[in-house]
Design a protein around this ligand. Structure first.
Ligand code: PNW
Length: 492
């Protein structure tokens, strides 16, 4: 009897040890999951007119209209990565990341009035960087367009001119030719919705910076066509010999219904479709989302437009855009509570007015140190689940996620908490919900030029001393934390 009891006790102890072992083994990032960090050319490189680089819209706006930038600064020098790139690779090595996402400056690689000539010095810069990354076992994830449009192309109307498709295709093909032997993950555009809906003067169309419900859709249409063209070029001319992957990065702030009322639930879904679906649906499913088509048509009619302001695809174009992705890039920062909005005055017309929602953030959610984006980790999990169910569970690379502050302190505990919670949400989405998330890239490797916030808002895992001509970089505590997660592949 005693012996039997002993055996049972022993067995149950063994079972519970086995259980806890397998459970902890399971609560880890899957073997093929990659950790990385992200940056973009204009935000870090500097060297704005060196070695044959031509002017981009960001060079133009920072020089011509400094008031557009909160601290009247520019990316002329930024983190000086044009000269300090070896230090950047050292940091990546120190972090232990598998991926480094950066963008190419179109104006560094192609020169001439309409960017038809290869600029060897610019090519050499990226060759050096890419070679060094590979030498150190870090895979380059390369964005072709992270907002630094050649100024000349902007004066033609940028993305509102369909010649954009030709300019961009030429640039994309050149990049595949030059770097595709080593770069295996390509991203055509960073955040089309920001490009077309927010700063259209600087980023998209070359038109004045006011929301415009005609320009925004024209920009989206040409952007999707250019994306598809780049994808097909890769497919036809490069994939068989280079064997890489190509996708697009969309920005998605989760839209949570503010109440259970059907009109708010509907409004939240409308917002998701206007923000994300407008680009994801043509690429993954087919055509623009129905709610976008219907709503823009209705509003256009109220505004007395002769037809819908939404730039429609022909059937052939819909087919050509469909399926042009190997993965979906996701940038995620925050979450909003969304409710149904009123029909705005008919004097104005814009994408946001078309969306017909209002949104707020909950006061109980923690603010970031820069007080804009609130910290809502469950929003990331919901966004990932929505992508899974809306688009048939495509492979998702989280290409940006990060925390901002204004102090740039090295003991950045809030940023540590942020990464812990957002990485945990990612892990839940993978392990509990079966979402195909394949990578997480922290924004950003280091403090850098945060667009119209200049150097006031800091996202870095590394601090950068912008008063030092060498732009000395120092590891923050969050970098050490990320380093540890990358080694252990688990959260505490
Ligand atoms: C992303 N918003 O931009 C960009 O890809 C990065 O270049 C940038 O530095 C980073 O986020 C941090 O801001 C966004 O207003 C800009 O919703 C604005 C918004 C979202 C993303």
């Amino acid at each position: 009897m005693v012996f039997k009891g002993f055996i049972i006790l022993l067995l149950s102890i063994l079972i519970s040890i086995f259980d806890s072992l397998t459970q902890t083994a399971q609560w880890e990032f899957p073997e093929d999951f990659k950790f990385g960090v992200a940056t973009s050319a204009y935000q870090i490189e500097g060297g704005w007119d060196e070695d044959g680089k031509t002017t981009s819209v960001w060079d133009r706006i920072t020089h011509q209209t400094p008031a557009f930038i909160a601290d009247q600064s520019s990316g002329d020098v930024a983190c000086d990565s044009y000269h300090q790139w070896e230090r950047d690779v050292e940091m990546l090595k120190e972090l232990g990341v598998q991926y480094y996402r950066f963008s190419l400056a179109w104006t560094r690689i192609l020169s001439g009035a309409y960017t038809s000539t290869v600029n060897q010095a610019g090519v050499k810069y990226y060759n050096n960087l890419i070679d060094k990354l590979i030498e150190n076992g870090i895979e380059p994830v390369v964005t072709l367009y992270h907002w630094d449009m050649p100024q000349k192309i902007s004066t033609l109307g940028g993305l509102t001119n369909d010649a954009w498709v030709k300019f961009f295709s030429h640039y994309a093909r050149t990049a595949f030719e030059l770097f595709g032997d080593r770069v295996k993950i390509w991203i055509t555009f960073n955040e089309p919705n920001i490009i077309c809906h927010y700063f259209n003067s600087v980023l998209g169309s070359g038109q004045p910076a006011y929301p415009n419900g005609v320009i925004e859709y024209l920009c989206s249409y040409n952007l999707l066509k250019a994306h598809a063209e780049a994808y097909h070029i890769y497919n036809r001319e490069f994939r068989h010999k280079q064997g890489g992957k190509i996708g697009i990065t969309l920005n998605f702030e989760w839209a949570e219904p503010a109440t259970d009322k059907p009109e708010d639930v509907e409004a939240a879904e409308r917002r998701r479709q206007f923000d994300f679906g407008i680009f994801a649906n043509p690429i993954i499913n087919f055509d623009y989302p129905k709610v976008v088509i219907d709503r823009v048509a209705k509003r256009s009619e109220l505004e007395d437009f002769p037809e819908s302001r939404l730039q429609k695809f022909t059937f052939a174009e819909k087919l050509n855009v469909k399926g042009t992705y190997d993965f979906l890039g996701l940038n995620h920062y925050t979450t909003w509570l969304v409710s149904n909005g009123d029909e705005a005055s008919l004097e104005q017309s814009s994408f946001y007015i078309d969306t017909k929602v209002s949104r707020v953030q909950d006061d109980s959610w923690n603010t970031t140190g820069a007080e804009d984006n609130r910290v809502v980790p469950w929003g990331l999990r919901k966004a990932l689940n929505w992508i899974k169910s809306t688009y048939g569970n495509p492979d998702v690379l989280i290409t940006e996620c990060g925390y901002s502050d204004r102090i740039g302190n090295l003991d950045d505990n809030q940023r540590i908490n942020f990464y812990r919670d957002y990485l945990n949400a990612t892990l839940q989405a993978i392990l509990e919900d079966g979402v195909n998330v394949k990578a997480f890239m922290a924004w950003s490797l280091m403090d850098n030029f945060e667009w119209n916030q200049g150097y006031l808002v800091k996202f870095g895992l590394y601090h950068v001393d912008f008063n030092d001509p060498k732009r000395v970089r120092t590891m923050k505590d969050s970098a050490k934390y990320y380093q540890k997660i990358i080694v252990t592949r688990r959260l505490d």
